[in-house]
Design a protein around this ligand. Structure first.
Ligand SMILES: [Ca+2]
Ligand SMILES: [Ca+2]
Ligand SMILES: [Ca+2]
Length: 190
């Protein structure tokens, strides 16, 4: 793998930064310290690239291909859109996965699926989601089936029938339908 910018530089967490991250994520400083050690083991320069992220994630989905799904996650986790996940961005996600309630997790899922960050999921995004999730589980669907599945999901979530799923509709849809929750929250099998 070409670690272009990977200098062997151990970025130690700054004490005040740790404190701030701890407050924002609900993770203890001890947890964060250990997490940071793991993080710099994989990313000595403190930056997690999309390639590395995909590699780490793919190992859980040996029967499928999580590449597309990882791309969606990566885009959402890289909050400042600089092309890397830094430790702060990483810890923010881990805080939600470890300490967040179901609504926090669904909000995170919504952020992942709202690819263009405009506050709603439209049909095209629903198709992307369906395709990436099926691929992750090792099934490839013909585009017509993807289309139908996306349409079905849109109908299930879109309470006011305006063709767009808002965060509120997404969360309410997942909470009232266990099947949806299972499909849409493959990240958080808790
Ligand atoms: Ca970033
Ligand atoms: Ca959108
Ligand atoms: Ca709607």
């Amino acid at each position: 793998m070409g670690h272009k910018n990977c200098r062997q530089l151990r970025v130690e967490p700054d004490e005040s930064q740790l404190k701030e991250i701890s407050i924002r994520t609900g993770l203890s400083k001890e947890q964060l310290f250990l997490m940071h050690q793991e993080f710099v083991k994989d990313c000595p320069n403190g930056r997690l690239s999309q390639k590395m992220f995909t590699k780490m994630y793919n190992q859980f989905y040996t029967n499928g291909n999580a590449k597309k799904f990882c791309k969606l996650c990566f885009m959402a986790y890289d909050r400042d859109k600089n092309g890397y996940i830094d430790f702060y961005e990483y810890a923010s996600v881990m805080g939600i996965l470890l300490n967040g309630d179901i609504k926090d997790k669904l909000k995170l899922a919504f952020n992942i699926y709202d690819c263009n960050d405009d506050g709603h999921i439209e049909k095209k995004e629903a198709e992307k989601i369906v395709q990436s999730i099926f691929e992750m589980y090792g099934e490839s669907l013909p585009s017509k089936a993807i289309n139908n599945e996306a349409l079905r999901l849109m109908q299930k979530f879109d309470s006011d029938k305006n063709g767009l799923i808002t965060e509120k509709e997404f969360i309410e849809g997942c909470l009232r339908d266990d099947d949806l929750k299972r499909i849409f929250v493959p990240l958080f099998n808790t």
